[in-house]
Design a protein around this ligand. Structure first.
Ligand code: ZN
Ligand code: ZN
Length: 371
């Protein structure tokens, strides 16, 4: 009787998931069997090592055709979205509003070796959005089955330097914000992310105002006795003023973001698989804590809520790429100052938003920009 062992790892069939032996091509004898997981791993290795160029990708067939018998594998390779969600150990449907993404990076820099400070600052201006960052997903717009969904989120951990209302797509005036302050509502400005730095969105944690549907506002998170209203600044501010009127003396905070981060679902799953992000479901308390800039990232990193991708082909490559590099403190400070200027400049010069998101909130923000 022939011995049933895997042609890759030479071990027998196991009960665990993926450890069944299959015979995916026309090979016989010692080449006949392979673990489902071993073939999957081989296919991924080919897919991940391959060129990004579509023509060369088409020419690559080592993951679809057996190199011994030239037969087509009966196990078709996964599409990219499926592969990434498998590597990350996260179900595609978990990518939903309310999910927290916590960056692994704190100070290490991919640009630390670049001599030219201006070029370095240019790279840093982007990287700064993803350092000590906690993004909360606010919107997922379904795309095709290939994982092209549009995923949006804002950073809960980064204050906005010197916000000026004229540079933002927002119809509120400084006087209106001052009036809100006298009614007990404080607006805290946050840097939402690298995309559309003039576009404004907001959140508030509400306790006395009951959870309900309001135009331009969604219930992002909900817990017993509190909820997070998320949407246009005008609508969230109105709810916060309602809350303040019911609250004696206690200040109500509105978090207002300029800009946001955007991914496709596949891209985000790829970053999660690579180990760039840990994740967990957000809680009302997280949004409340985010007003205390900086603390949330540390809390989540040191706590036990976060899930990380299991070690995989992509995460190992990532670890090597981001091995710690020594940094010169003076240069770091100079670059940080340049980054701040870059960002302010971008906000001042970007044309106001006319083509926003294809969502209610996007349309609301656009109409706010028109008026
Ligand atoms: Zn095997
Ligand atoms: Zn074969």
């Amino acid at each position: 009787m022939e011995e049933r062992v895997c042609r890759i790892c030479f071990s027998e069939e196991q009960q665990q998931e993926g450890q069944v032996l299959i015979s995916p091509c026309k090979c016989e004898g010692s080449q006949k069997y392979i673990h489902l997981s071993c073939l999957r791993k081989w296919q991924r290795t080919v897919q991940l090592s391959g060129s990004n160029h579509p023509e060369e990708q088409d020419a690559e067939d080592r993951h679809t055709v057996c190199n011994v018998c030239k037969g087509t594998f009966e196990l078709p390779p996964q599409d990219r979205a499926e592969m990434m969600s498998d590597l990350a150990g996260v179900h595609a449907s978990d990518i939903a509003p309310g999910l927290l993404l916590v960056t692994k990076r704190n100070t290490e820099s991919a640009a630390a070796n670049i001599e030219n400070l201006a070029i370095r600052a240019f790279i840093e201006a982007k990287a700064a959005h993803f350092r000590r960052a906690v993004y909360i997903l606010t919107e997922v717009t379904p795309g095709a089955r290939d994982g092209s969904d549009v995923v949006l989120g804002v950073n809960l951990c980064r204050a906005l330097d010197a916000p000026s209302l004229e540079c933002l797509s927002c119809r509120l005036t400084p006087d209106q914000l001052a009036a809100a302050r006298t009614r007990g509502v404080e607006v805290l400005w946050m840097n939402g992310g690298p995309v559309k730095p003039r576009q404004v969105s907001a959140m508030a944690v509400l306790r006395r105002v009951r959870e309900r549907l309001v135009e331009d506002v969604q219930v992002l998170l909900s817990a017993e006795g509190a909820w997070v209203a998320q949407g246009s600044l005008e609508a969230v501010l109105a709810l916060a003023e309602e809350e303040a009127a019911l609250t004696e003396g206690e200040e109500v905070a509105v978090l207002a973001w300029a800009g946001f981060a955007q991914w496709s679902r596949t891209q985000l799953l790829g970053e999660m698989a690579r180990g760039s992000w840990g994740w967990c479901h957000g809680a009302v308390e997280d949004v409340r804590l985010s007003a205390r800039i900086g603390g949330l990232w540390e809390d989540l990193r040191s706590g036990c809520r976060l899930q990380w991708a299991p070690s995989n082909e992509l995460s190992r490559e990532f670890e090597q790429r981001f091995a710690a590099q020594p940094q010169d403190t003076q240069q770091v400070e100079a670059v940080t100052a340049l980054v701040r200027e870059f960002e302010a400049l971008r906000r001042d010069t970007e044309p106001s938003i006319r083509n926003g998101l294809a969502s209610n909130r996007g349309r609301a923000l656009q109409s706010c920009a028109h008026q």
